[in-house]
Design a protein around this ligand. Structure first.
Ligand code: GDP
Ligand code: MG
Length: 345
């Protein structure tokens, strides 16, 4: 069993400051895997299997918890928090990973490269408070990988992009800066872009790569779940396999950062509720007219914003409904009790 110091595991003052005197007998541990009824965690005492004291969805890979060695008694507030709208019909936000320093948005220098998808991933990464790094794989199969790098970096001044041949470990070692000593890098991206290939190179693992979908129930399952894994450079890697649907929710901060130029223009419109449609004194329309704003970019901003608002409102409404239903049940119960006790006529 490998043991690590807290510093190796990514512990910092941001977590230490959350400890109180009551926590003196507890040990910090970092979650490496989340299962329905069990959490796997890494600590100074080695690997731990912990009983969750909250629903499994409350924990994310990368979270810090305080433990008595048996249960995860308290989850510390994460410094960065990567989340999306839960996939499928469930209403709610789903935590993907926590305390990630850099989100590696993996796409390839070929047909997978798509500006709208990249912006969606970027909004998620920025909303999490982690740094976004666009990793462009399959550079070896492309005549002009730099043109993809330039396209990615044009999306925002906050974006750094790097082109790489994921199959060449020496080339992949250029990513070490983002996952060396105590640094955590998470990989997000569609199936087939090279996430497992990158992970194998960065961790020295030998997980099978594949051409088919990871989450295809009939296919071979190679990567099955998210996990925090040690990298050869002394840091951490979180792979996120099988995430087909990345819907935004609670991402408005990320969208504001990513589309800072448009948000600044929108704030200059004559009407605060300007829809940038037919209103007079619209600064967004003016920027379209003088060619300083790309109409496609405006379109993508509006789509992502609508999606984020819709999902965030749906989640808030569902929570409110649950709450008021809970209140109705509670009231009904207490009325019943009062009747029974003869308090009411
Ligand atoms: N030539 C080349 N092939 C790559 C590169 N990255 C991934 N591949 C191949 O693309 C396929 C999918 O890779 P995989 O790592 O399984 O993608 P994942 O679905 O994102 O985990 C495999 O056949 C890899 O060998 C690259 O940078 N260059
Ligand atoms: Mg994979």
């Amino acid at each position: 069993m490998t043991t690590y110091t807290l510093t190796d595991l990514g512990w910092s003052d941001r977590f230490a400051r959350q400890l109180t005197e009551d926590d003196a007998s507890l040990t910090p541990a970092r979650i490496s895997e989340v299962h329905r009824s069990q959490l796997i965690a890494l600590s100074e005492a080695g690997d731990l299997r912990l009983i969750p004291t909250d629903s499994a969805g409350a924990y994310a890979v990368g979270d810090w918890v305080l433990t008595d060695g048996t249960s995860a008694l308290r989850r510390l507030d994460p410094v960065t928090d990567l989340h999306r709208r839960a996939a499928g019909h469930a209403v709610g936000a789903q935590r993907i990973a926590a305390n990630v320093d850099t989100v590696g948005l993996v796409t390839s220098c070929n047909a997978d490269f798509n500006v709208a998808r990249l912006e969606r991933y970027l909004a998620l990464a920025l909303a999490s408070n982690a740094l976004p790094l666009v990793i462009l794989t399959k550079a070896d199969l492309c005549d002009d990988p730099d043109s993809f790098k330039r396209q990615a970096e044009r999306l925002s001044p906050l974006v750094t992009a790097i082109t790489v041949n994921a199959k060449d470990p020496e080339d992949v070692a250029r990513l070490n800066a983002w996952c060396s000593t105590a640094q955590t890098l998470a990989l997000l991206g569609s199936s087939g872009v090279g996430k497992t290939t990158l992970r194998n190179a960065l961790t020295g693992e030998k997980e099978a790569t594949q051409g088919i979908r990871e989450d295809d129930a009939k296919g071979r399952h190679t990567t099955t779940h998210r996990a925090l894994r040690p990298t050869l450079a002394g840091g951490w890697l979180i792979d996120t396999p099988g995430m087909r649907e990345l819907q935004l929710s609670g991402t408005s901060d990320g969208l504001e950062e990513l589309f800072d130029d448009i948000e600044t223009l929108a704030a200059q419109c004559k009407f605060t509720n300007c829809a940038h449609d037919t209103e007079p004194g619209c600064a967004v329309k003016a920027a379209l007219a003088d060619g300083t704003l790309d109409p496609d970019r405006l379109d993508r901003w509006q789509k992502l914003r609508r999606e984020d608002q819709y999902n965030s409102e749906t989640i808030a409404a569902a929570r409110a409904r649950q709450k008021s239903f809970g209140r109705v049940v509670k009231e009904a119960m207490s009325t019943k009790t009062r009747y029974k006790r003869g308090y009411e006529d």
